[in-house]
Structure formats: C-alpha cells, structure tokens
Write a protein of this length. Structure first.
Length: 278
C-alpha cells in the first residue's frame, strides 16, 4: 500500500514506546517527525501533571489519542484508593483532551477468575457515570493470558466484548492490542463481533523468542503477527480511528527517539488502511 496522508493522520505513538525518554523530548520528536497524535501514560506527564502535559501537547501541535491507564479493580489495592485513582484518571483524560481512557482491568486473585471478573464489572459500573460526566470513553483492554496473574483477568477479545455488551453503553468499548490478541485462533471472528465496540487499537509484534513477557514486544514487521490482516479486518468491521504503536522493549527505548519515530512512521505507512479517522 502506497504512503498516504490519511495513513499518517491515523498514526499515534504510545508513550510506552519511548518509556525512558523524557516526555518533552518525546513530544518534540513526534512533532518534528510528522506524527500528529500520542498516547500519554499517567506516570510520564511533562512536569508530572496532566495540565502541564496538555500545554506541551498544544505547544507541539499534538493531540492525545488515549490515556493509559485506569483499572486494577480486582483488589490489588484498597477499594477506596482504586476508586479515587480511577476517577482521577478520567479527569486527567478530560484535561488532556484524550477521548479514551484505557483500562487494564486487574489480575486474577486467589479467589479465582470469576470473582475477579465480577470485581471488574462492579468497578466499571462505579466509574462509568464519572466518565460520562467528563465525556471520556472507557476501553476494556484484554491481555494475553500469560499476564492474567499480573495485569488482567480479561484475556480474550470475546471476553471483553461480552463484558462491554452487558452494559451496552456508548461510553464503554474495547481496546484491541495486537500483541495481546493475535494468538487467539478465533480472533478474526472476535474482531467482527467487536464492530461498533472497538474504540482503540494498539499495535506491536510478537518476537520469536520473546525474552520478556511484558517488555519483549517487537516493532511492527519484526515478528510473526499478520498485522496487515488484523488491521484490515478492523477497518472492514468499521474501525476508522487512531492506531497506536505501543512497543515496550529496552532495545527500542535505547534507540534515539527521533529514529524510533521515523522508523515507526515508515513501517506503519505500509500497514495502515488509508481511511482517515472518523
């Protein structure tokens, strides 16, 4: 597929792809490299605050495609602390102008997967009115099953869709991360089922071997995932929003950030559907 302005318009780079780079430097590199959107992480704001991060985004002509992260509803921290933090995450997303707050829902605990999923459902139910009030959409992100005990009890896209469908609310959708869902033999049907529910897309490749479960991700094209098929299927089922490259890998982090931005932009021009964000 030839390079197109529309493909560039859909590209966002997640701040985790430059995790060891100062936030201001990351934003400068994205703006200079022709990337129009970024996905901030809450612990990496310019000046440590959403307000100063928003000013920096505006100064560089950038927008926030989403904010990472909220969630952890399953009892890994006191319930009142989780509730306060998640409300703050919604407010920060609104401050940044980020339309999406991505939820890492929380791991399976000794009580078991079913109890964890019930806790996630209750947490979303409690948080959703606050998201509505601030015009922020919550995105349930399923994680690879290898991270069920550390990050999320939601481990398939089908599971995430069922959770979201139970609410049937316009401010709640799913985030599809290729690194977490590519392995599912029914993933294309799940993507089809997710039409009108997918509100965010993250892209990373699966390296062989994978040397670190969380931070062993590959740049698009360096692994075994058929990213073209996944992104094409997402477009065919109606997704026309931003596509965030989220590659957690120390080798990528040690590469000069301007080189990473240029490399990501080149790689994604060959992968992104041509449709401009809707």
């Amino acid at each position: 597929m030839s390079p197109t302005p529309a493909a560039d318009a859909r590209l966002s780079i997640n701040q985790a792809t430059a995790q060891t780079t100062a936030a201001e430097t990351f934003l400068e590199a994205c703006a200079a490299g022709g990337v129009r959107a970024v996905a901030p992480w809450r612990h990496q704001y310019v000046g440590g605050q959403a307000r100063t991060m928003r000013r920096a985004l505006d100064q560089h002509g950038l927008r926030a495609s989403s904010l990472c992260r909220g969630g952890f509803f399953t009892g890994t921290r006191p319930a009142d602390e989780a509730a306060r933090d998640n409300r703050a995450a919604v407010e920060e997303a609104a401050e940044l102008g980020a339309p999406i707050l991505v939820l890492v829902c929380g791991p399976v605990t000794p009580a078991g997967p079913a109890v964890a999923v019930d806790a996630i459902r209750r947490g979303i139910e409690e948080l959703l009115p606050h998201a509505v009030e601030h015009d922020v959409t919550l995105a349930v992100e399923p994680f690879h099953p290898m991270l069920a005990a550390e990050r999320s009890a939601i481990v398939t896209l089908d599971q995430a869709i069922s959770l979201v469908d139970a609410f049937d609310h316009p401010r709640l959708g799913v985030a599809v991360d290729t690194y977490h869902v590519w392995w599912d033999p029914d993933i294309l049907n799940a993507i089809d089922r997710s039409r009108h529910r997918t509100v965010a897309v993250h892209v990373a490749d699966w390296l062989v071997p994978t040397t670190d479960l969380l931070a062993g991700r590959g740049l698009p094209g360096d692994g075994i995932v058929d990213l073209s098929q996944l992104l094409r299927t997402l477009e065919e089922t109606g997704y026309d929003g931003d596509v965030e490259v989220e590659v957690m890998n120390p080798i990528v982090w040690s590469t000069p950030v301007d080189e990473v931005v240029a490399d990501v932009r080149t790689r994604m021009r060959t992968l992104l559907p041509v449709q401009a964000p809707g």
